[in-house]
Write a protein that binds this ligand. Structure first.
Ligand SMILES: [Zn+2]
Length: 245
Protein backbone atom coordinates (compact mmCIF):
# COMPACT_ATOMS: atom_id res chain seq x y z
CA UNK A 1 0.00 0.00 0.00
CA UNK A 2 1.32 3.47 -0.89
CA UNK A 3 1.58 6.17 1.75
CA UNK A 4 -1.62 8.05 2.40
CA UNK A 5 -3.50 10.32 4.72
CA UNK A 6 -7.00 10.93 6.06
CA UNK A 7 -9.00 14.14 5.82
CA UNK A 8 -12.36 15.38 7.02
CA UNK A 9 -14.03 17.94 4.84
CA UNK A 10 -16.88 19.22 2.72
CA UNK A 11 -16.92 18.47 -0.99
CA UNK A 12 -17.27 21.75 -2.89
CA UNK A 13 -16.91 20.51 -6.47
CA UNK A 14 -16.93 17.14 -8.23
CA UNK A 15 -15.91 17.54 -11.86
CA UNK A 16 -15.44 15.02 -14.67
CA UNK A 17 -11.82 14.07 -15.39
CA UNK A 18 -11.40 12.27 -18.70
CA UNK A 19 -13.82 9.50 -19.70
CA UNK A 20 -14.13 7.65 -16.42
CA UNK A 21 -12.75 9.64 -13.52
CA UNK A 22 -13.64 12.63 -11.42
CA UNK A 23 -11.69 15.24 -9.53
CA UNK A 24 -12.93 16.48 -6.18
CA UNK A 25 -12.24 19.79 -4.48
CA UNK A 26 -12.63 19.30 -0.74
CA UNK A 27 -12.60 22.08 1.87
CA UNK A 28 -10.85 20.88 5.03
CA UNK A 29 -10.28 22.64 8.36
CA UNK A 30 -6.55 21.91 8.52
CA UNK A 31 -5.30 21.86 4.92
CA UNK A 32 -7.59 24.35 3.17
CA UNK A 33 -8.57 23.07 -0.28
CA UNK A 34 -7.55 19.51 -1.17
CA UNK A 35 -7.92 18.12 -4.71
CA UNK A 36 -8.36 14.38 -5.17
CA UNK A 37 -8.85 12.23 -8.24
CA UNK A 38 -11.56 9.55 -8.09
CA UNK A 39 -10.82 6.55 -10.31
CA UNK A 40 -14.02 5.33 -11.95
CA UNK A 41 -15.87 8.21 -10.28
CA UNK A 42 -18.06 8.85 -13.33
CA UNK A 43 -19.75 5.44 -13.21
CA UNK A 44 -22.78 5.49 -10.93
CA UNK A 45 -22.22 2.02 -9.52
CA UNK A 46 -18.71 2.70 -8.31
CA UNK A 47 -18.04 2.50 -4.58
CA UNK A 48 -15.87 5.63 -4.73
CA UNK A 49 -18.48 7.60 -6.72
CA UNK A 50 -20.82 7.34 -3.73
CA UNK A 51 -18.21 9.29 -1.72
CA UNK A 52 -17.84 11.97 -4.38
CA UNK A 53 -21.12 13.88 -4.08
CA UNK A 54 -20.97 17.68 -3.87
CA UNK A 55 -21.92 19.40 -0.60
CA UNK A 56 -21.62 16.23 1.51
CA UNK A 57 -19.43 16.21 4.62
CA UNK A 58 -17.04 13.28 4.44
CA UNK A 59 -14.06 11.54 5.96
CA UNK A 60 -11.76 10.42 3.17
CA UNK A 61 -8.65 8.27 2.87
CA UNK A 62 -6.29 9.47 0.16
CA UNK A 63 -3.20 8.09 -1.54
CA UNK A 64 -0.37 10.36 -2.61
CA UNK A 65 0.12 10.80 -6.34
CA UNK A 66 2.77 12.59 -8.37
CA UNK A 67 0.65 15.52 -9.53
CA UNK A 68 -2.72 14.77 -7.96
CA UNK A 69 -3.57 12.69 -4.90
CA UNK A 70 -6.35 10.11 -5.16
CA UNK A 71 -9.35 8.85 -3.23
CA UNK A 72 -8.92 5.41 -1.71
CA UNK A 73 -12.04 5.12 0.49
CA UNK A 74 -13.91 6.76 3.30
CA UNK A 75 -17.33 7.46 4.70
CA UNK A 76 -20.12 10.01 4.35
CA UNK A 77 -20.74 11.88 7.62
CA UNK A 78 -23.51 14.19 6.46
CA UNK A 79 -25.06 13.49 3.04
CA UNK A 80 -26.92 16.83 2.68
CA UNK A 81 -28.97 15.24 -0.06
CA UNK A 82 -31.52 18.05 -0.34
CA UNK A 83 -28.74 20.55 -1.09
CA UNK A 84 -28.12 18.69 -4.36
CA UNK A 85 -31.70 17.75 -5.18
CA UNK A 86 -34.09 20.42 -3.90
CA UNK A 87 -34.62 23.07 -6.60
CA UNK A 88 -35.07 25.71 -3.88
CA UNK A 89 -31.59 25.22 -2.42
CA UNK A 90 -29.38 23.85 -5.20
CA UNK A 91 -28.44 27.28 -6.62
CA UNK A 92 -27.58 28.53 -3.13
CA UNK A 93 -25.37 25.50 -2.46
CA UNK A 94 -23.48 26.04 -5.72
CA UNK A 95 -23.07 29.75 -5.04
CA UNK A 96 -21.69 29.14 -1.53
CA UNK A 97 -19.29 26.49 -2.91
CA UNK A 98 -18.08 28.86 -5.65
CA UNK A 99 -17.37 31.70 -3.20
CA UNK A 100 -15.62 29.38 -0.75
CA UNK A 101 -13.53 27.99 -3.60
CA UNK A 102 -12.28 31.54 -4.18
CA UNK A 103 -11.71 32.45 -0.53
CA UNK A 104 -9.90 29.25 0.52
CA UNK A 105 -6.38 28.26 -0.56
CA UNK A 106 -4.69 24.90 -1.08
CA UNK A 107 -2.59 23.96 1.93
CA UNK A 108 -3.73 26.89 4.10
CA UNK A 109 -5.76 25.99 7.18
CA UNK A 110 -8.86 28.11 7.74
CA UNK A 111 -10.92 26.56 10.49
CA UNK A 112 -13.30 29.54 10.74
CA UNK A 113 -14.21 29.32 7.05
CA UNK A 114 -14.68 25.55 7.31
CA UNK A 115 -17.01 25.87 10.31
CA UNK A 116 -18.96 28.57 8.48
CA UNK A 117 -19.58 26.26 5.50
CA UNK A 118 -20.58 23.36 7.78
CA UNK A 119 -23.04 25.70 9.53
CA UNK A 120 -24.41 27.23 6.31
CA UNK A 121 -25.03 23.82 4.70
CA UNK A 122 -26.82 22.59 7.85
CA UNK A 123 -28.95 25.74 7.89
CA UNK A 124 -29.88 25.32 4.22
CA UNK A 125 -31.73 22.15 5.22
CA UNK A 126 -33.99 23.96 7.68
CA UNK A 127 -34.15 27.69 6.93
CA UNK A 128 -35.13 30.05 4.09
CA UNK A 129 -32.29 29.72 1.54
CA UNK A 130 -32.17 33.48 0.86
CA UNK A 131 -31.75 34.08 4.59
CA UNK A 132 -28.96 31.47 4.79
CA UNK A 133 -27.28 33.04 1.76
CA UNK A 134 -27.32 36.50 3.40
CA UNK A 135 -25.99 34.96 6.64
CA UNK A 136 -23.22 33.20 4.73
CA UNK A 137 -22.23 36.36 2.82
CA UNK A 138 -22.08 38.46 6.01
CA UNK A 139 -20.05 35.84 7.87
CA UNK A 140 -17.73 35.00 4.99
CA UNK A 141 -16.78 38.67 4.58
CA UNK A 142 -16.21 38.75 8.35
CA UNK A 143 -14.02 35.62 8.28
CA UNK A 144 -12.04 37.09 5.36
CA UNK A 145 -11.53 40.36 7.25
CA UNK A 146 -13.63 42.27 4.72
CA UNK A 147 -16.85 42.99 6.62
CA UNK A 148 -17.86 46.66 6.18
CA UNK A 149 -17.63 49.15 9.06
CA UNK A 150 -21.36 49.57 9.64
CA UNK A 151 -21.44 50.87 13.21
CA UNK A 152 -20.58 54.54 12.68
CA UNK A 153 -20.43 57.13 9.89
CA UNK A 154 -16.97 57.53 8.31
CA UNK A 155 -17.37 61.35 8.35
CA UNK A 156 -18.97 62.42 11.64
CA UNK A 157 -18.64 59.17 13.60
CA UNK A 158 -22.37 59.35 14.39
CA UNK A 159 -24.84 56.45 14.44
CA UNK A 160 -25.92 55.01 11.09
CA UNK A 161 -29.51 54.42 9.99
CA UNK A 162 -28.63 53.88 6.36
CA UNK A 163 -26.22 55.57 3.97
CA UNK A 164 -23.63 55.07 1.26
CA UNK A 165 -21.36 52.01 1.50
CA UNK A 166 -18.00 52.49 -0.20
CA UNK A 167 -16.76 49.14 -1.54
CA UNK A 168 -13.16 50.28 -1.60
CA UNK A 169 -12.68 50.98 2.10
CA UNK A 170 -15.82 49.26 3.44
CA UNK A 171 -16.97 52.45 5.17
CA UNK A 172 -20.48 53.83 5.40
CA UNK A 173 -21.41 57.51 5.43
CA UNK A 174 -24.58 59.20 6.69
CA UNK A 175 -26.63 61.38 4.30
CA UNK A 176 -25.10 64.55 5.82
CA UNK A 177 -21.44 63.58 5.20
CA UNK A 178 -19.35 63.23 2.03
CA UNK A 179 -19.40 59.63 0.74
CA UNK A 180 -16.34 57.37 0.70
CA UNK A 181 -14.52 56.53 -2.55
CA UNK A 182 -16.60 54.90 -5.35
CA UNK A 183 -17.76 52.37 -6.35
CA UNK A 184 -20.39 51.72 -3.75
CA UNK A 185 -24.08 51.45 -3.05
CA UNK A 186 -26.75 52.93 -0.82
CA UNK A 187 -27.97 50.84 2.09
CA UNK A 188 -31.40 51.35 3.66
CA UNK A 189 -31.77 51.38 7.45
CA UNK A 190 -33.29 47.88 7.26
CA UNK A 191 -30.35 46.52 5.26
CA UNK A 192 -27.84 47.97 7.75
CA UNK A 193 -29.66 46.59 10.76
CA UNK A 194 -30.12 43.17 9.11
CA UNK A 195 -26.41 42.99 8.22
CA UNK A 196 -25.48 43.84 11.83
CA UNK A 197 -27.85 41.19 13.21
CA UNK A 198 -26.49 38.52 10.86
CA UNK A 199 -22.96 39.52 11.87
CA UNK A 200 -23.63 39.13 15.60
CA UNK A 201 -26.29 36.46 16.18
CA UNK A 202 -25.80 32.80 17.06
CA UNK A 203 -26.30 30.61 13.95
CA UNK A 204 -29.07 28.63 15.70
CA UNK A 205 -31.15 31.85 15.74
CA UNK A 206 -30.92 32.39 11.97
CA UNK A 207 -34.15 30.45 11.15
CA UNK A 208 -36.12 32.70 13.55
CA UNK A 209 -35.30 35.93 11.72
CA UNK A 210 -38.04 37.28 9.48
CA UNK A 211 -36.73 40.28 7.53
CA UNK A 212 -38.74 41.72 4.66
CA UNK A 213 -37.99 39.71 1.48
CA UNK A 214 -37.06 42.93 -0.34
CA UNK A 215 -34.38 43.93 2.17
CA UNK A 216 -33.04 40.38 2.26
CA UNK A 217 -32.54 40.17 -1.51
CA UNK A 218 -31.15 43.74 -1.64
CA UNK A 219 -28.62 42.91 1.08
CA UNK A 220 -27.68 39.65 -0.64
CA UNK A 221 -27.10 41.38 -3.98
CA UNK A 222 -25.15 44.20 -2.37
CA UNK A 223 -22.86 41.76 -0.53
CA UNK A 224 -22.33 39.73 -3.71
CA UNK A 225 -21.30 42.95 -5.54
CA UNK A 226 -19.06 43.86 -2.60
CA UNK A 227 -17.39 40.41 -2.54
CA UNK A 228 -16.92 40.41 -6.32
CA UNK A 229 -15.22 43.79 -6.03
CA UNK A 230 -12.79 42.46 -3.42
CA UNK A 231 -12.23 39.08 -5.13
CA UNK A 232 -11.58 40.89 -8.41
CA UNK A 233 -13.85 38.52 -10.35
CA UNK A 234 -17.51 37.65 -10.75
CA UNK A 235 -19.44 34.94 -8.92
CA UNK A 236 -20.87 33.08 -11.91
CA UNK A 237 -23.51 31.01 -10.10
CA UNK A 238 -25.24 34.07 -8.59
CA UNK A 239 -27.36 34.37 -11.72
CA UNK A 240 -29.18 31.15 -10.82
CA UNK A 241 -30.25 32.36 -7.36
CA UNK A 242 -33.39 34.08 -8.60
CA UNK A 243 -34.16 31.76 -11.53
CA UNK A 244 -34.40 28.59 -9.44
CA UNK A 245 -35.82 30.04 -6.23
ZN1 LIG B 1 -21.94 61.46 9.04
Amino acid sequence: MTAGYRIEGIILFSKPLGEKDRVLTVLTPDRGLVRLSVRGGRSTGSRLAALALPFSRVRLDAWRGKSLDGLRGGEVLDAHRCLREDPGTIAHSFCIAEIVGRLAQEGEADRALYLLVVTAFRLLEVADPDLVMAFFLVRSTKVAGLFPLLDACRGCGGPIDGGFLSFEDGSISCPGCPPGPPPGHNMTAEMVSLARRLRDLHPRDVPDLSPSPGALVQLRNLLLDYLEYHLGRSVNSRRFLDILA
